[in-house]
Design a binder for this molecule. Structure first.
Ligand code: GDP
Length: 194
């Protein structure tokens, strides 16, 4: 996708505050620190449109971004931050599950995994929710610059087995080298019907 414009629309917690738009929407989710902000910023060619959200205790919001006036990208708060206070963790689940269940223009969710790590319980739970709500997952393996090509292939196989998917379905990506950017966009635009 040739991005000529990307801008923040608004933040929301509850459905009444989601932006009113009929544009197709694609959301991003993953463990805190997995590289979600970096991935979105590389996709939209911006250094810091999305700021890192890993600060524990910060109010967690759903952030909506317009791209080219044709697509909305949604940054969902990360999960699994061990030091997050219990009240922050308690708010996360209903906020995310409500979004996934109620957002009618949601076309796909990009689940970001660190290529070096075995998927955690939170990742597996997220995949189950996506299945429950019939939302196609786009699985991105990020930080692939940290491994050699051989190690990347091996880790992709290990992760695919852990989540019960084919290795070919997992998209390798690096925010550092931008490897994989075009393929991630291709899958997003296809599922968004663009
Ligand atoms: P978020 O909390 O999921 O939004 O994660 P960030 O995008 O803030 O990234 C967390 C840390 O991982 C930061 O220090 C990033 O610079 C680093 N990071 C993110 N993506 C990559 C990547 O593809 N390669 C490398 N080497 N580091 C990355």
């Amino acid at each position: 996708m040739d991005v000529h414009q990307a801008e923040f629309i608004k933040s929301a917690v509850k459905p009444k505050d989601y932006p009113e738009t009929a544009l197709p929407e694609v959301a991003f989710v993953g463990r805190s620190n997995v590289g979600k902000s970096s991935l979105i910023n590389v996709l939209v060619n911006r250094k810091s449109l999305v700021r890192t959200s890993s600060t524990p205790g910060r109010t967690q919001l759903i952030n909506f971004f317009d791209v080219n006036g044709r697509l909305v990208l949604v940054d969902l708060p990360g999960y699994g931050y061990a030091k997050a206070p219990p009240e922050v963790r308690k708010q996360w689940q209903p906020m995310i599950e409500t979004y996934l269940a109620k957002r009618e223009n949601l076309r796909a969710v990009v689940l970001i995994l660190d290529i070096r790590r075995i998927p955690a319980d939170g990742d597996l739970e997220m995949l189950r929710w996506l299945e429950t709500y019939g939302i196609p997952p786009i699985i991105v393996l990020t930080k692939c610059d940290k491994l050699s090509k051989n190690e990347q292939a091996r880790q992709a196989g290990v992760i695919a087995a852990a989540i019960g998917r084919r290795r070919e379905e997992l998209l390798p990506f690096s925010a550092l080298s931008k490897a994989g950017r075009d393929m991630v966009w291709r899958v997003i635009t296809e599922l968004a019907g663009l």
